[in-house]
Design a protein around this ligand. Sequence first.
Ligand code: PLP
Length: 438
Amino acid sequence: AAQEKAFLVRQPRSRALHERARQRLAGGATSSWQIAAPQPVWLSHGVGAHVYDVDGTEYVDMHGGYGVSVVGHAHPAVAAAIRERAGRGTHFAQPTEDAIVVAEELARRFGQPLWRFANSGTEATMDAVHLMRAVTGRDLILKVEGCYHGHHDSVQVSVLPDADEVGPAGRPAASASNSGIPQAIRDLVIVVGFNDLDAVHRALVEHPGRVAGMILEPVMMNAGIIPPLPGYLAGLADLLHAHGALLAFDEVKTGLTVAAGGATERYGVTPDLICLAKALGGGVPTAAIGGSDAVMGAIADGRYDQVGTFNGNPLAMAAARATLTDVLTPAAYTRLDALSARLAAGIRTKIAGQPWQVVVVGAKGCLTFAPETPRDYRDFLRVDGALSHAHWLVQHNNGVFLPPWGKSEQWLISVQHDEADVDRFVDNVGLFVAALDA
Ligand code: PLP
């Protein structure tokens, strides 16, 4: 309560903007998930690894704009590419050469030959679901309980269900995660637990010839961070293919943050389809979907029209090109891994003796207030939300900006963070532990 009070007292301008926003922005924010408690923080700018709020407070940014800003803020190479493109026109609805360069680079990193662009993670996963259905001629989709894939109908199912909505273990219920999702859509989604190959096998056997494919995050995020158990991802590919179904990795969060070629590279399993967004545009909205000749061929030969006025927008492609070729180099990933390791080791020292977990995968990480690292969403339900919120407040009140989404969100380190930035986070964990002990 003291931390919450301190938070509100130090943000008078943010509070005033919030009041003004409520008159014209529904709910006082530009996206419903920017409202999370105690109130939105209104930022004025970001430079390097730091962001600044309208009250003049500087923070180490570990939020990364919900996992976008692995290049940090106002990176000189990305800013120069944006400026240069802005001076030559930002939209034609005709492709520019940058789109080819970006697709070539993605093909190299992710080992899939054909790519298309979209504008958000939602669009990329929507295209993936449509494509799996278009290519197989089947309607059912497998989805993992607790995975978020954006806000189109088919995937707003069992995203963050409460304990009384989840149904029996092994056969999770397909609960609606938003209003406006018809039962008819939910009937086409079979929900399975993360890391549960048996449930996938059962679903395929119980619905012979009806499952188009499965979409999942290869490392489950949006529920803290839940890594795949050894053999899980390869097992999924084998099972699905044996039943004529497809596998789509939603790498919207993992894509350019856990390795140069995302979880696809890190775990050595190449799915039929890969969805990217968030970090791809270096802070400019864009997304991509890539896959095999067999699947993306359905776009090439016109069986599936993958469309969008802003797809491959020149400004987005210029920013993505600079992000991939100038900023996220092999050396950048080596540095991100080293900073992550320093951060994890520092936190582990501070929380020695506490029943909490530090989970780090590449530049993403989280502190999980549970005695064991969750293996699936059911485990994640046991994470202590009150401790997660209190930790967020202590970090925020001591100059570290984290995603304000309770126990489920992760931090992101950028290429512009340095040792002092991650050490601030570690010091704050020490403050948090001391405050709990006091
Ligand atoms: N997929 C994953 C794994 C995500 O985390 C998100 C957003 O948080 C999305 C898809 C949706 O992306 P967007 O918000 O760009 O539509």
